[in-house]
Design a protein around this ligand. Structure first.
Ligand SMILES: [Zn+2]
Length: 412
């Protein structure tokens, strides 16, 4: 399988792999709203794991003292870690009293990330330190059901592990990036994937059972943003990742952690209104960003002005200077900039990354996007944001998912 470094250079698995900055063991929670119960639990878990990593085996009482957490909190975290196979516990005697000794389970050092896109499953394997050791993108069918997806994930994992000569038991954790997490009542997942009768929790459970390690399910744009926050070493800042494809979506990183919102639906930037006189959108409103800057919208505009073309043809025309293609691409870039300005006014990103098929037009989009962003955003916000193109390749969300999963592994 093709194996790409994080800088997008082709390498074989036996060559030195690309790498991204290693997650800090003191990083806070991810994927949960800052301040939520889930975020607090994740943070406590990382504090306990970091304490064990730094000090080696310790009693629960000693962990409570060294971490500043309450004895009850340490006990809860340790119980969960024991169920996940991350730690083992033994009874011992400390200061003349019976105590619980906690130590890390070794030997499961690899983390895997997967990304479902239309007809493709991207897979990435990381080793401690955040280095990519194997990477594959395989055509897969049946991804629209939990069973089909878990089977494809397990198959691609076996291929990657075999490629690097690792045993199946060496995987410590995995994360799966979906175009949008399927949540009850939110309708089918977009991006060409529709999970039938499956909630996000059900998909997580079935994949976790198939792999036998802790698994998380997250939104792909948030994972792509997370990967870029590490790549750009923006772990203390905010990153806005924009993907312009079959729809326009945004991934958000705040304080170095992916932010996915109350129901996992944050980042629906495609439904921000950018034109009062715009075309009707499938959401029922008019003038949404999706009606100007998604690939279907761009192709529809070109078909109206000229003739029906594929996106590949449209991109070639734009690069060659075809006036109609350029005008439509610039209008899309300006609309993206306007919507990004609205988001930037709220989260004040250090970095904004453009991605997706439209993002592949690269330099053609960057200038009109920047102009529009700076014009529409508040003072000191648009011009302070560093705008760049996706530097991690079409599987950026799989890279982010692997980095996200790695946070559960103590040796990272
Ligand atoms: Zn809409």
């Amino acid at each position: 399988m093709a194996s790409l470094s994080i800088s997008d250079r082709p390498v074989q698995a036996s060559q030195p792999p690309g790498s991204v900055a290693a997650p800090s063991p003191t990083l806070g929670p991810g994927g949960a709203a800052p301040g939520s119960q889930q975020a607090l639990a994740l943070r406590n878990r990382e504090i306990v794991l970091a304490g064990l990593l730094a000090a080696g085996p310790a009693t629960q009482a000693a962990l409570a003292r060294s971490t500043g957490l309450s004895a009850a909190t340490v006990s809860n975290v340790v119980s969960r870690l024991r169920r996940e196979g991350r730690v083992r516990t033994d009874y011992t005697v400390s200061h003349g009293r019976r105590a619980v000794l906690v130590q890390l389970q070794e030997g499961r050092p690899l983390a895997a990330g997967f990304e479902v896109s239309s007809g493709l499953l991207h897979a990435v394997l990381l080793r401690p330190g955040g280095q990519i050791v194997a990477r594959a993108s395989v055509p897969a069918s049946g991804l629209q059901t939990g069973a089909g997806l878990s089977e494809a994930v397990a198959d691609s994992l076996r291929i990657l592990l075999a490629e690097v000569g690792a045993e199946e038991g060496s995987l410590g954790a995995a994360s799966v990036a979906l175009p949008r997490p399927p949540v009850p009542g939110a309708g089918p997942v977009t991006g060409g994937i529709a999970f039938r009768g499956c909630s996000g929790g059900a998909i997580q459970a079935v994949i976790q059972e198939a792999l036998g390690v802790p698994v998380t399910v997250a939104a792909a744009p948030a994972m792509a943003a997370f990967a870029h926050s590490r790549h750009l070493q923006a772990t203390d800042g905010a990153v806005l990742f924009l993907s312009a494809g079959s729809e326009v979506t945004a991934g958000i990183v705040l304080g170095g952690q992916p932010y996915t919102g109350h129901a996992g639906l944050a980042g629906q930037i495609g439904h921000i209104r950018v034109s009062d006189q715009g075309l009707p959108c499938r959401c029922g409103n008019r003038g949404c960003l999706d009606t100007i800057a998604s690939v279907p919208a761009v192709l529809a505009a070109y078909a109206t002005a000229h003739a029906p073309v594929t996106f590949r043809e449209f991109a070639a025309f734009a690069v060659a200077g075809d006036p109609a293609a350029l005008r439509i691409a610039e209008a899309a870039a300006e609309a993206l900039g306007r919507a990004a300005a609205g988001a930037a006014n709220i989260i004040n990103p250090r970095h904004i990354v453009l991605s997706g098929p439209l993002g592949a037009l690269g330099a053609l989009l960057l200038d009109p996007f920047r102009r529009s962003l700076v014009k529409e955003a508040g003072p000191g916000i648009g011009d302070a944001a560093v705008v760049s193109l996706n530097a991690l390749g079409p599987d950026a969300a799989a890279v982010g998912a692997a980095l996200y999963a790695a946070r559960a592994i103590t040796t990272f």
